[in-house]
Write a protein that binds this ligand. Structure first.
Ligand SMILES: [Zn+2]
Length: 240
């Protein structure tokens, strides 16, 4: 229905468009991912200032017309995350988090929990930019999988239910597997298995550390799960 729309949103991407406009990819609590155009935003005296940039958490007024893109008519900053922006690693982690949300929840279906999770991730990176990195990014993605109903099965073999000797991971089966069910799986060390279980079970702020080897295996487990069950490829979780 055409008319004004008021919503909170996080800016996932902000693309230059035409001479002075920007196209925004936004994640909202009530409308999922939406696209919007902000007109004249790149002019020096724009009333929007610099706040229509990635990672800003905003209170937006939008106009919904016939176009797929809504038009931004007003924007107030809820949080700008200034500290995060001063740290290259935190910026990179925030960008990958926004990209993962964008790919995995590329829908107007509302997922308020995903919006909250993204705000929580940006707040954590802002409060302590040293938290940025591989373990944090993987824990964030695991929580996205949980919100998508795709959390990997980690307590028993995803194929037969066996509880011991869980030494592989199968994206197709959707979790850890035992030697009898290992077809199509890759070897998963105990440390990677432990990281997946505790990162999934604990709050984001309490993400455990792990060796590079364990984190690489955990990343593959997440990527394989997402590819098999959502048909989505995620960007690598850290710059290599
Ligand atoms: Zn099995």
């Amino acid at each position: 229905m055409p008319g004004p729309v008021k919503t909170e949103a996080v800016v996932l991407r902000s693309l230059r468009f035409g001479e002075a406009d920007r196209i925004l990819h936004l994640y909202t609590p009530g409308r999922g991912k939406i696209g919007a155009i902000a007109k004249g935003v790149r002019r020096a005296r724009s009333r929007f200032g610099g706040r229509l940039e990635p990672f800003f958490r905003l209170e937006l007024m939008l106009h919904e017309g016939r176009s797929e893109l809504l038009t931004v008519t007003g924007a107030q900053t809820i949080e700008g995350f200034a500290r995060l922006r001063e740290h290259a690693a935190a910026l990179d982690t925030a960008a990958r988090a926004c990209d993962a949300v964008s790919r995995l929840f590329d829908t107007s279906e509302p997922h308020p929990d995903v919006h909250n999770l993204l705000c929580n991730e940006l707040s954590l990176l802002d409060a302590d930019p040293g938290r940025a990195g591989h373990a944090n990014q993987l824990a964030f993605r695991l929580k996205l999988l949980l919100a998508a109903g795709l959390a990997p099965q980690l307590a028993s073999c995803a194929s037969c239910g066996e509880r011991d000797h869980l030494s592989g991971f199968s994206g197709a089966a959707g979790g850890v597997v035992c030697p009898a069910c290992e077809a199509g799986s890759f070897p998963l060390d105990e440390a990677a298995h432990e990281f997946l279980a505790s990162a999934l079970g604990r709050p984001l702020a309490e993400t455990p550390g792990a060796s590079d080897r364990a984190l690489r295996q955990a990343e593959r487990a997440i990527a394989d799960t997402v590819e098999h069950h959502a048909g989505v490829r995620l960007r690598e979780a850290i710059a290599r």
